[in-house]
Design a protein around this ligand. Structure first.
Ligand SMILES: C[S@@+](CC[C@H](N)C(=O)[O-])C[C@H]1O[C@@H](n2cnc3c(N)ncnc32)[C@H](O)[C@@H]1O
Length: 408
């Protein structure tokens, strides 16, 4: 196969999350692996999508695709396995009544100042207790209980739940750095939870005041991208970014948020196993993969990686990653209408100097499921880690947007 490469490095600023941190509503929660709304806008224009279309993001993350679709007035649905991702996405696209929000906030604000739940805080998993020791967790738990008891509709409670979870990084001793959690014991926050929460909610309410509310349907649900709860041919476009095969485990990076807000230790572990095989601890239950054939150059690259010692789990991860991509692409092809378009933002990896060309493999695997690759748009060249650079020299890895059309 000849690969339809095209370089568009002016898109590089759109595959990093920074611009989202100052953009209304998007900034309510930004993931370190989010792309920006510019990508969704550019593709919607390129594909001439409108109100009669429907966009899907099967790896919705913080909800950039569904929220941007809402801002453009194009119906959209997002799916993700992580409850933190589905909360963020659904809160960002929900419709609110400002009076209802203001009323709930004035009752909640009083509670947050006075409620501390020392006893109940002991029931949280150890990671949460270590990250938010002593009074910190008691105050967070008090706020969480006050939100749960609010006399308000579920979407209003979810709105405040997201605002509360957003406070965790300011208080936690466990800090995400790149794809990992590192510990900074005895961090002292500059302000109280009531104060930081108040700043966040004031900003969130102001964002809503400026938001445009078109008519249409936007939602996010909990689902596995390998078996989507959607009808055949029910969407006209897919704009998404699966995890990259970089070993980052979202259930660890967001372990405090997940176990404070949603899941106990066992359920967090179950989520870790079920996530896409982009980290070595995954061991997902998958639908049948009949029809999958691993691209030969990927099999060769993995064989080279396998020559190094103690690589079993990495090797299993890489085989599993491409199998998962096949299953996710098969679902994309099934739910897309014929002629529908798909864009996947992907990053190549390298291990021991061996390049793992995810973009090319995706183009080939797409062919196995009825997706024609129109273009591999190279948008960024990422440098390798300092450690790898010392041994293997500077060998940048591509970040690309792989564009498909669903064949009839
Ligand atoms: C790269 S992030 C998506 C970021 C998103 N584009 C944004 O702008 O925030 C990948 C997402 O895939 C989710 N994920 C991992 N495995 C999944 C699976 N099997 N099914 C659905 N979602 C999954 C993760 O929870 C994560 O939120």
């Amino acid at each position: 196969m000849r690969y339809p490469f095209r370089t568009r490095l002016e898109w590089r600023k759109w595959v990093v999350p920074e611009p989202l941190r100052s953009r209304p509503v998007h900034r309510w929660l930004v993931f370190p692996h989010s792309f920006t709304d510019d990508i969704v806008r550019a593709l919607a224009e390129e594909w001439r999508l409108g109100t009669g279309d429907k966009i899907l993001d099967p790896f919705a993350g913080a909800g950039t695709t569904v929220l941007t679709a809402k801002q453009l007035g194009i119906p959209a649905v997002g799916c993700d396995l992580s409850p933190l991702a589905t909360l963020a996405s659904s809160v960002k696209v929900a419709k609110y009544n400002m009076d209802e929000l203001q009323k709930a906030w004035s009752s909640l604000r009083k509670q947050v100042k006075v409620r501390h739940a020392n006893g109940e805080a002991k029931a949280y998993p150890e990671l949460v207790r270590s990250a938010l020791p002593g009074k910190k967790l008691a105050t967070f738990h008090g706020a969480k209980s006050a939100i749960a008891e609010l006399d308000a509709p579920p979407r209003v409670r979810s709105y405040f739940q997201l605002a509360l979870i957003r406070q965790i990084p300011q208080f936690s001793n466990a800090v995400p750095t790149g794809g990992w959690l590192s510990w900074r014991p005895n961090r002292r926050p500059a302000a109280s939870l009531a104060d930081t929460l108040s700043v966040t909610i004031t900003e969130m309410i102001a964002d809503l005041g400026a938001a445009h509310h078109p008519r249409g349907r936007w939602s996010a649900r909990s689902a596995d991208a390998r078996s989507l709860p959607l009808e055949d041919s029910s969407v006209s476009a897919v704009i998404t970014s699966p995890p990259y095969p970089n070993r980052h485990d979202y259930t660890r990076v967001f372990g405090v948020e997940l176990m404070f807000g949603f899941l106990d230790w066992e359920k967090t572990r179950a989520l870790r196993y079920q996530m896409m095989h982009s980290h070595p601890e995954a061991r997902p239950k998958r639908p049948s993969s009949d029809g999958y054939s691993e691209p030969r150059f990927i099999a060769d690259a993995i064989r080279q990686v396998a020559q190094h010692d103690e690589r079993e789990r990495l090797v299993a991860m890489l085989h599993g990653y491409f199998l998962d991509l096949y299953l996710a692409l098969r679902e994309v092809a099934r739910v897309l209408r014929p002629g529908g378009r798909a864009a996947l933002v992907l990053g190549n990896a390298q291990y021991d100097g061996v390049p793992i060309e995810v973009d090319k493999a995706t183009a080939l695997i797409g062919r196995q499921v009825g997706l024609h690759c129109d273009e591999i748009r190279i948008v960024r060249q990422r440098g390798n880690s300092a450690q790898q650079m010392k041994v293997h020299g500077r060998t940048p890895a591509r970040e690309s947007v792989v564009l498909f059309t669903r064949t009839a």
